[in-house]
Design a protein around this ligand. Structure first.
Ligand code: PLP
Length: 449
């Protein structure tokens, strides 16, 4: 096994004895013991190195161990490792200022959380209290986090086990032309029909019962479906017309991932609430948050907001955010992701798609891409069925194993692989990863036809 060195074996043994892992059948997993990580790579205890095309869980937007961020965390730890949330603390104030400067439009107040799911929880609580309405609309093919409310608004199979106490959550179909629910053949049709479907859903649910519509600006885990031009602006207009709070979840898409600071900027829309986490500090210390519009902030100007966290705006996490945002600005990471996405990664993935019968569609922007793998390009039958496990999932398992043999750690979700390297990945690293992807797709090809 790759954990054969004495220390690797000990790490693995203690993990297997005592660590309970997320989303897993505990006896059926075989976690790799990781010895270290730097930039776009990590390695095991036997010195086997992997190029990380997953950015962890799409959070190391500036790669692992960036020396300036490590130094900032060390400096903050030396000065003030922790402090309670009710005080004004330099790192917290500065992080909030830097984030608010970059969030779209007039979103100007930042409520800090420990990660993405609790950011979504608080955004929806704020929306319900602000409107006095009970319901929330969310999309199938979405992911909003693992806590009760966040997983209930999620539109993937991980919510099924927690579909209790879901009162007030109504799901709808967002646009996705490749697998259109609306029999659309063009982006324009998909956009118009998806908006009409949302309008009808709202009419039948009762507009005055709906507090919020929550959408990922570009759905991430569910498949990186870039919405057609006009869709998000259309949702904005619908929300305005019905007094519904528009929540954009930028936990995955934010902080440079799409080649802009926030994906909302790509579409010229300003939500009322925007959630973030992950890339805010490259995941070096857990941090998330909600950016809040003046109107919603006003609701809680004289009346207390009924929510809080012991570690809201934790100084170590906030110092990491200040340093990460500084690095991204100084090193032009956002512009780099945009340029490399449009000039190198996008064209290279399309070239792979042209050669591999297993690739049904390539979609994305910046450092945020998905390859939809299929049995047949004409019928678009997915390479593995929805939510497949075990033998039914063998083609995707074989694809992932082949990528790893070629030194690439791939992101795999159902019948898709996502290409989501750090936003500061080099062109040479991208080319190395693309060569490994090419080899792994040849394995996927054997399951087509
Ligand atoms: N929202 C989106 C769009 C996400 O992608 C995720 C995590 O992948 C979450 C929320 C949940 O974030 P966390 O795992 O930090 O709770």
């Amino acid at each position: 096994t790759p954990d054969s060195s004495p220390s690797g074996a000990a790490v693995k043994a203690a993990d297997r004895a005592h660590v309970f892992h997320s989303w897993s059948a505990q006896d059926l997993i075989d976690p790799l013991a990781v010895a270290g990580a730097e930039g776009s790579y990590f390695w095991d205890y036997d010195g086997r190195r992997y190029l990380d095309f997953t950015s962890g869980l799409v959070f190391t937007n500036i790669g692992y161990q960036h020396p300036k961020v490590v130094a900032a965390i060390q400096e903050q730890a030396g000065r003030m490792t922790t402090f309670a949330p009710a005080f004004a603390i330099e790192a917290r104030s500065e992080a909030a200022r830097l984030i608010a400067e970059r969030t779209p439009g007039d979103l100007d107040k930042i409520f800090f959380t420990n990660g993405g799911a609790d950011a979504v929880e608080h955004a929806l609580r704020m929306a319900r209290l602000h409107t006095g309405r009970p319901k929330v609309l969310s999309a199938y093919r979405s992911y909003h986090g693992g806590t009760q409310q966040a997983v209930n608004v999620t539109g993937d199979p991980r919510r099924w086990a927690s579909d209790t106490g879901t009162a007030g959550v109504v799901r709808f179909w967002a646009p996705f032309l490749y697998r259109s629910r609306f029999h659309a053949e063009t982006e324009e049709q998909e956009c118009a029909r998806a908006l009409e479907h949302l309008e009808t859903t709202i009419a039948f649910e009762g507009p005055a019962t709906i507090a919020a519509i929550v959408l990922e600006t570009i759905p991430g885990t569910a498949g990186i479906m870039v919405p057609p031009p006009g869709y998000l602006a259309g949702v904005r207009e619908i929300c305005d017309r019905h007094g519904i709070v528009f929540v954009l979840d930028e936990v995955m898409a934010g902080f440079g991932r799409t080649g802009t600071w926030f994906a909302a900027g790509l579409f010229g829309v300003v939500p009322d609430l925007m959630t973030f986490a992950k890339g805010v500090n490259s995941g070096y210390v857990p941090l998330g948050g909600v950016a809040i519009s003046p109107a919603i902030a006003e609701t809680f100007a004289k009346r207390p907001y009924p929510g809080g966290l012991t570690y809201s705006g934790h100084p170590l996490a906030c110092a990491a955010a200040v340093a990460t945002i500084g690095v991204m600005a100084e090193e032009g990471v956002v512009e780099h992701a945009a340029r490399l996405g449009s000039d190198v990664l996008g064209p290279a993935l399309r070239e792979l798609a042209a050669r591999h019968p297993s690739v049904g569609e390539v979609r994305g922007t910046g450092m945020f891409w998905a390859l939809e793998l299929v049995r047949d390009q004409q019928t678009r039958e997915p390479l593995v069925p929805y939510n497949a496990t075990g033998e039914a999932n063998a083609p995707m398992a074989a694809f992932a194993a082949a990528a790893k043999r070629h030194g690439l750690w791939p992101f795999v979700n159902m019948n898709r692989t996502h290409v989501v390297p750090p936003c500061n990945v080099s062109e040479a690293e991208l080319k190395e990863g693309l060569a490994a992807l090419d080899a792994a797709l040849s394995v996927a090809d054997t399951y087509t036809g």
